[in-house]
Each structure stands twice: as C-alpha cells, then as structure tokens.
Design a protein. Structure first.
Length: 132
C-alpha cells in the first residue's frame, strides 16, 4: 500500500537519511525523476540489490562524501522504501544492529546519543532549543 504522502514527498524533493538493519543510506533527488541512493559503504547497497532484489548498477564514488551510489527512478525508490518498512521485525533498533554482523561496527548508538543529548530523551530537555 502506498502512503498518501509519497506523491507530496517526491514532488517537493526527496532528501533523507535512513539508518536500517540493512545499512545506512542517504537518498536525494538530483533532478526530476532521478534519485541517488547513496551509502558510505558499498556493502550496504549490495544488501539492497540482493535483498529487495534490484537489477541496478552500483557506482563507486570514492572521492565523494558517499563511497557508493545507485541512480534510480521514482518507482525504485518506492520499492526500496517499501522493502525497508516491511523488514522492520525488531522492537529495539540498537539491539538489532548490535547483532547484525555487517552493521554492528557502525556508530548508530553514538548517533542516537547525540540526538538524545541535543533534543532530549527520557523526560529530560535537550541542549538544543528550537526558537519559536
């Protein structure tokens, strides 16, 4: 089932980071209808190609901020997002990552800690206060 927000998101320009049990991804729309699914490690994109599955070439971009990327159309982005949503089968992301061999070395827990410190967690205010 497609979310009612999909059309609006894609029209306004898709920009996101995704931390998943399959990898860390940045998805951006570079031009109408053309999206770059990027990752710091090629393995993360290989996980998508193998698990979704996809028939997409992975481009090596070692001198860019993301070492690898796939250039895909809108339907492929939707397919990837649907796959990522359907494969959430855990009740604690940090524990899942700690037990996922090709993801455990990544700083997901540290990123969580920075967000908790800056935005607040467990009823405590964060250091960052939005100006209204």
């Amino acid at each position: 089932m497609v979310s009612p927000f999909h059309g609006r998101i894609l029209k306004e320009g898709l920009k996101m980071w995704l931390m998943t049990k399959h990898g860390f991804y940045s998805i951006v729309q570079k031009e109408p209808g053309k999206y770059h699914v990027r990752s710091r490690e090629r393995q993360d994109l290989e996980n998508l190609v193998d698990r979704v599955p996809l028939q997409i070439e992975i481009h090596e971009t070692p001198r860019r901020d993301y070492a690898a990327r796939m250039i895909v159309d809108q339907q492929t982005v939707m397919t990837i997002l649907e796959f990522l949503g359907k494969t959430v089968d855990y009740d604690n992301f940090k524990d899942c990552i700690a037990n996922t061999s090709d993801q455990a070395h990544k700083p997901y827990h540290e990123v969580w800690g920075i967000f908790a410190q800056m935005l607040g967690a467990y009823g405590r205010p964060g250091r960052f206060q939005r100006k209204t």
